[in-house]
Design a protein. Structure first.
Lengths: 315, 338, 343
């Protein structure tokens, strides 16, 4: 240091207390931390979080909520309404609707989460590759994605599921769930690819990426250290919302009789089984449908809350 | 300070044309933006070469070419005799140690998800043989201290710092590999006036301490004059005048340089009523379709037929002591003369 | 203009300046706390005069202008005190419909970023014509004619052919000319130019500043020029108000300020300009950095960076001491600063 006094002056003047916008000066604050600080003050976040925890508990430990066996049927009680004994009443085959609704959470959430993970994996990798290597790879991947997007969701699902697992067949639990998950992801990845692609393209042109290249960083380091951490936000937000919509999509497919089917317990199946009884026994339809809506709403709300917190414009 | 004769950077006939294409899958070239169109100069050890010009003149593209962030269409950039535009892989990576950059915008040039320690330490991770793993943290703290930041702030994130401090972080990153050349692309233009002088002083101190050579790109002519030993003036992808700072500022010979200098508002109201201004008409032409001959002729008050037919070369002409790309080069002090 | 205000003031100006800002206070409520952006700003501009408001980012110079125009976002902004008098009438007390009339006809504004200030989906001629149709109810074809005239007046080449072009088809300098055309369309008496040339190149900057000066001369407008560029100020200003931390720290006729600044901040700014005769030497640099609006220093906001600091600077907010005539400095030790002279 050629001029220690000037430097000390500077250090003093630019010391931690002088840093703008900083309440507690001596704590390292990452952007994720700031996001959390914003989330913390959002009612919508806490509401959706409480609901999420409730649904996750249902999925993981259904016995916490009910001691009844969801498979146990007493035909004599078929379509009996809600009572102190069975809060949500009995379904067509005389099974406890409350128990079946609680157990249904597990399937719905597993399908929603796994299908979303697979979508993120497919779409994310495709998006990152398309954006980073651009040129012909980008053209090819984008066109392939558009082809998939061109197929209407339900039509695509009917065609694939109708071929792999036709309505008459009765595949085992794991197989049918796996098939449904793959179908959802295969039809859904292009949207995620687009989101990932635009996020990566945006991050790729940032000055810090140029700076890293100027230092001699290779593609791996640039993608994983610089681009991905800065493009995760929109992917995260979209994924959260996607979980909700996949849960809804799973129910739709079940309703059409080509998605999940007995012996799997799910909200969609429950709804499908009782649509024709809406006049005589609405309870058997209403409760699974209500849980389904709430669960979808939970994920959508959570996604929105996270988006608000991550949106730099509100900062 | 007299510049030693040893050149550490030699740029020869550097050209970068960005193709303009049409079509979605099968792309067809319909033209080119001539961002850099035949630029040659030398940079000596420990010297500062200022590069001035208006937006779109190609100075930022030139910086990227020198940093090998873009491949030139033709021409060469020799760093210590080796051509960086031809280098690949390990060789390019080794050459990058010698030439680093400081960017304009301190808010976008630092990765917001990395701590200051990670940012300044990244050069050592990429070039892992420079500093052994155990010594890196210590080395990063030393660098922070050198640029006037508190070494205890190593775990903070960029958004916890002000613009001036962020620029210091960027400078520390550029210094890490002990380069001989640093390209400063508008390093102070995004900063508040009272902070600019601090960063300028830091850059000058570092230059003396580490014998750095700077290419200092800026549009603020007084800042460039303060720090530069020599100045190059760019217009539409070409250097139109090149000389020692006094030669450019006191005896400019190219009409564009004269117009540029006379357009700069002087921070002194005395005698402002009498001040003569050369006010250029219109805007610079598009680099996709530059005028024939001399690129400046469409805005030049001296233009003759020869200017449209023959491109003036950057050379020393009669009546001037430094190279100028004008057929009618003539020294004129536009700043001090009435 | 006069017919708009005649109901409030008998006849024209009530003796004071054309536009007066008095003791204006503006704050922003943010998640992190209350940011005091403007803390008692007082300035005025007369017809045909140019007031330059000089300051760095966060000094409150633009917020003051937005408050004058009535385009401050509220919330988060809040005006907590003061008056803005135009021809003697306090604009802050006027109902919104009357303020809207004054905007454009009485006071108008040119912004830094012409691209985002113009609507990208309408032709520029249409946008200029809209000013006449909105404020004057001019017919479509007349308004269009006037738009072409204005584009000519701000020297847009081939105005007639370009009247239907869209903003993105113009260069930065031309867009700024269009902004100016819109701002002067209704012959305002005061024009506020907020960093009008910051985004432009020097040769274009010279064109635009020349145009502004000429328009001002022709129509005897009062001009408030907001900038951070000491060069531009020296070129065009009659009076200067230097702002720091939401306050005016020095107010002076232009020659006085450059000859002999009376506040350590203005002095520091002038001294940090690179000078030919001091090449190779270290630049004078004001140490430290601009204040955080959320945690303003006590006393004089400049005290943490000030070489003249004494104990009372930390505790007592300096008022704007009158030095002579219209000259003032908000420094307890302005005499010392003046005596030291400029370098």
């Amino acid at each position: 240091m050629s001029e220690p006094t000037a430097m000390q002056d500077l250090l003093k003047a630019e010391g931690p207390a002088a840093v703008p916008g900083l309440g507690r000066p001596d704590r390292a604050r990452s952007l994720w931390r700031d996001t959390w600080d914003i989330l913390r003050h959002r009612k919508i976040f806490w509401v959706s979080l409480v609901m999420l925890v409730a649904f996750l508990l249902m999925a993981a430990f259904p016995t916490l909520f009910t001691h009844k066996n969801p498979e146990y049927a007493t035909l004599a009680k078929s379509m009996e309404g809600p009572s102190a004994d069975a809060w949500f009443g009995y379904d067509l085959q005389g099974r406890d609707v409350f128990a079946r609704t609680i157990y249904g959470a597990r399937t719905s959430i597993i399908v929603g989460v796994l299908a979303t993970l697979l979508t993120v994996l497919l779409g994310g990798v495709a998006g990152v590759l398309a954006a980073y290597y651009s040129r012909w790879l980008d053209s090819v991947l984008s066109r392939v994605g558009e082809m998939f997007l061109g197929v209407p969701y339900v039509l695509g699902a009917i065609i694939i599921l109708g071929t792999v697992a036709p309505a008459q067949s009765s595949p085992d639990k794991v197989t049918i769930m796996a098939v449904v998950i793959v179908v959802l992801a295969v039809l859904g990845w292009p949207i995620l690819m687009r989101i990932a692609r635009s996020a990566v393209i945006q991050a790729k042109h940032q000055d810090y990426v140029q700076a890293a290249r100027a230092l001699g960083a290779g593609p791996g380091r640039i993608i994983f250290r610089h681009i991905l951490p800065n493009s995760l936000a929109p992917i995260l937000v979209y994924s959260t919302i996607t979980i909700g919509s996949y849960i809804g999509a799973e129910a739709t497919l079940s309703l059409l009789g080509i998605g999940l089917r007995a012996p799997v317990i799910s909200w969609g199946i429950a709804i499908a089984d009782h649509t024709s009884y809406i006049r005589t026994g609405a309870h058997a339809l209403f409760f699974p449908a209500a849980f389904l809506s709430l669960c979808v709403l939970t994920f959508v709300m959570l996604g929105e809350a996270v988006r608000d917190a991550l949106d730099p414009k509100l900062r | 300070m007299t510049a030693p004769a040893e050149s550490i950077l030699e740029v020869r006939d550097l050209v970068k044309h960005f193709p303009l294409t049409q079509g979605i899958v099968f792309k067809r070239q319909i033209g080119a933006i001539k961002a850099v169109d035949g630029v040659s100069f030398d940079l000596h050890r420990g010297e500062t070469l200022g590069l001035v010009g208006e937006s779109g003149c190609g100075k930022s593209t030139l910086a990227k070419l020198l940093m090998a962030l873009e491949r030139p269409t033709s021409g060469s950039v020799r760093v210590n005799g080796r051509d960086i535009t031809q280098a690949k892989g390990g060789e390019l990576k080794r050459m990058r140690r010698n030439i680093q950059m400081v960017m304009q915008d301190p808010y976008t040039s630092l990765n917001p998800r990395m701590t200051v320690g990670d940012i300044v330490g990244e050069p050592f991770e990429i070039h892992s043989d420079v500093v052994p793993k155990g010594g890196r943290r210590r080395k990063v703290q030393e660098l922070l201290e050198v640029v006037g930041l508190n070494p205890d702030h190593i775990n903070r994130y960029p958004h916890q710092f002000s613009g001036g401090q962020r620029q210091r972080i960027g400078i520390a990153r550029g210094l890490a590999l002990q380069p001989e050349i640093i390209i400063c692309d508008e390093p102070v233009s995004a900063l508040d006036v009272s902070i600019q002088a601090q960063v300028m002083n830091l850059l000058e101190r570092l230059q003396n301490e580490f014998n750095l050579a700077y290419i200092f790109i800026a549009h603020d002519l007084s800042v460039v004059r303060h720090i530069s030993d020599r100045v190059a003036v760019m217009y539409l992808g070409k250097i139109v005048e090149l000389g020692r700072d006094r030669e450019i500022y006191e005896r400019p010979t190219h009409p564009y340089t004269q117009a540029l200098l006379s357009a700069v508002p002087v921070p002194n109201p005395e005698g402002r009523e009498q001040r003569q201004r050369i006010i250029l008409q219109g805007d610079p032409p598009s680099p996709a379709n530059p005028p024939s001959g001399c690129h400046f002729r469409t805005r030049c008050w001296k233009a003759q037929d020869i200017c449209a037919q023959q491109e003036p070369l950057l050379e020393i002409r009669q009546g001037s002591d430094h190279p100028s790309a004008c057929h009618f080069a003539e020294a004129k002090d536009v700043v001090n003369a009435p | 203009m006069t017919e708009v205000l005649s109901e409030h003031v008998g006849s024209g100006s009530a003796g004071g300046a054309l536009l007066e800002v008095e003791d204006l206070h503006v704050e922003f409520r943010t998640r992190a706390g209350v940011a005091k952006a403007v803390n008692g700003v007082t300035y005025s501009v007369d017809a045909g005069r140019t007031l330059a408001v000089l300051g760095e980012s966060g000094s409150g110079k633009s917020v003051t202008a937005q408050t004058i125009m009535g385009i401050l976002d509220m919330p988060p902004g809040r005006i907590t005190g003061g008056e803005i008098r135009f021809r003697g009438v306090d604009l802050l007390k006027l109902p919104e419909d009357q303020r809207r009339k004054i905007r454009g006809e009485g006071i108008s504004m040119v912004f830094q970023d012409a691209l985002s200030a113009l609507n990208p989906v309408f032709p520029v001629g249409w946008q200029i014509a809209e000013m006449f149709r909105m404020h004057r109810g001019t017919s479509r074809s007349d308004a269009r004619k006037k738009a072409v005239e204005l584009m000519d007046r701000v020297r847009i080449p081939a105005a007639k052919e370009r009247v239907n072009d869209f903003p993105h088809q113009f260069s930065g300098g031309m867009r700024q000319r269009i902004m100016i055309a819109m701002a002067i369309a209704l012959d305002p008496e005061v024009l506020i130019a907020d960093e009008p040339t910051t985004a432009l190149d020097v040769t274009v900057q010279a064109q635009i500043m020349g145009l502004l000066a000429e328009l001002q001369r022709d129509s005897n407008m009062g001009l408030i020029l907001i900038t951070h560029d000491l060069g531009v100020v020296a070129d065009v200003a009659d009076e200067i108000a230097v702002m720091y931390g939401g306050r005016i720290v020095e107010k002076a006729p232009v020659h006085d300020l450059y000859r002999n600044p009376a506040h350590p901040y203005s002095k520091g700014l002038l001294e940090s300009i690179p000078r030919v005769d001091l090449k190779g030497q270290e630049l004078y640099a004001i140490k430290g950095m601009p204040p955080n609006l959320l945690e303003m220093p006590t006393g004089c906001a400049f005290h943490p960076r000030c070489p003249y600091r004494r104990d009372n600077c930390v505790t007592d907010v300096p008022p704007l001491y009158t030095i002579s005539g219209t000259r003032g400095s908000a420094c307890h030790y302005w005499r010392e600063v003046i005596d030291d002279g400029s370098r």
